[in-house]
Design a protein around this ligand. Structure first.
Ligand code: PLP
Length: 395
């Protein structure tokens, strides 16, 4: 018989994808400009010109066999060396090419890292609200999700709640900063407190508890915020990075896993990452895009469009009476559902052709997520609909 849990996953799309598909169909029905789709984190800002220029140069002048050929399973050594040099220059990270495993985006980085670490029956702590796919990635390994709520209203992780949730079966904690969906950026103080909790628990149980830093939004921070570099605070860290959001390349599927060179069992852990990449069929990340990376490290898309969108939406929605978590990073707004029922509120929003994602699958009911990585023009068109929605909700 086929695998029933895989069948169930295939038959039931994620709530985000479900809405995205609904939006596509609805746009065909009533017109592109009549649907205000804020469902998916699909960047609207184009990739930097340097990406296009470098790709053209590669296609015109590169060795066609190398360009489209297999690389080493863990990624081209020169590319990994360039990333290591960049990380060392930026974070004094002390990494080498052999700490890196190139992947098809952060999703692959996460499944590789989790598969490398977990055995059936293990526990993984997810700080709620969390990216819903984490649950799929964790449960596939036979491990169990243990949600731990972040503090409200700032949505910073709560180190004492984390300490209480750890058991001898805890193998990993996933930290996502800047956070999807809240926009919270982990403070240095909180990061240190969490790392202290993990170090003490690892010592108590005699086994490392891994910190998995999921960082596809690292560069998307607002108003002078910066994101603590966790491998410098905690040795048993794996960073799951991707160029999907910083360079607007989500469809090209390129990212990496960084295994901290200070991890206690570094060699075994890196070998397990390579093994997981092999077992999952993720060897050799897309070759053309691997070769692009050395020339675009440190570049980002023009972030000013996201800043404009964030400011415009935050100010307008707050003025309409919605309660919105002030975002410090990434491109989502987390909005309290008036009346407390996120699904009912999303249905009401749909009647105004506004597509928002209910927060239930993020492990934090009562909110909705709005992805503002859309054109500023869409936001301008959507504001009157938000005004009507506010009135319908009695705000
Ligand atoms: N992690 C988080 C928190 C995300 O929001 C996403 C995508 O939206 C991913 C991971 C997956 O990113 P990628 O497109 O690089 O696989």
């Amino acid at each position: 018989m086929i695998n029933q849990s895989m069948r169930a996953l295939g038959e039931k799309r994620s709530v985000i994808r479900e809405l995205f598909e609904y939006g596509r169909a609805r746009k065909k029905e009533i017109g592109e400009d009549k649907v205000f789709d804020f469902s998916l984190g699909n960047p609207s800002v184009p990739a930097p010109n340097a990406v296009r220029d470098r790709l053209i140069a590669l296609l015109q002048k590169g060795d066609p066999v190398r360009l489209h050929g297999y690389t080493s399973a863990q990624g081209d050594a020169e590319v990994r060396r360039a990333i290591a040099e960049y990380l060392n220059a930026t974070h004094s990270a002390g990494v080498t090419a052999d700490c890196l495993y190139l992947t098809a985006g952060a999703a692959a980085s996460l499944t590789v890292s989790l598969t490398a670490i977990l055995n059936p029956g293990d526990e993984v702590i997810l700080l709620a609200p969390f990216f819903p796919e984490y649950r799929v990635f964790v449960e596939r390994t036979g491990a169990k999700v243990i949600p731990v709520a972040c503090r409200e209203p700032d949505f910073q992780p709560d180190p004492s709640a984390l300490a209480e949730a750890i058991t001898e079966r805890t193998r990993a904690v996933i930290v996502n900063s800047p956070n999807n969906p809240t926009g919270a950026v982990l403070t240095e103080e909180n990061a240190k407190a969490m790392c202290q909790v993990l170090a003490e628990a690892s010592a108590r149980f005699g086994e490392p508890i891994y910190l998995i830093a999921d960082e596809p939004y690292r560069e998307l921070v607002w108003e002078g915020e910066s994101v603590p570099y966790l491998p410098n605070l905690y040795p048993d860290t794996l960073v799951c990075y991707s160029f999907s959001k910083s360079l607007s390349l989500p469809g090209e599927r390129i990212g990496y896993v960084l295994v901290s060179p200070r991890a206690k069992e570094f060699s075994a852990l890196y070998a397990a990452v390579c093994g997981a990449g092999r077992a999952l069929g993720f060897v050799c990340a897309p070759s053309l895009f691997q070769q692009l990376i050395p020339d675009v490290l440190g570049l980002t898309v023009d972030l000013s469009a996201y800043e404009t969108n964030r400011r415009m939406l935050f100010e307008s929605l707050t003025a309409y009476g919605f309660s919105v978590v002030p975002p410090s990073g990434e491109f989502y707004l987390f909005i309290k559902a008036p009346g407390g029922d996120a699904n009912a509120f999303c249905e009401r929003a749909k009647e105004q052709e506004i597509l928002l994602v209910p927060s239930d699958d993020f492990g934090c009911p009562g909110y909705v997520r709005l992805a503002y990585c859309v054109t500023t023009e869409q936001i301008e068109r959507a504001l009157p609909a938000f005004g009507r929605l506010a009135k319908l909700c009695g705000l």
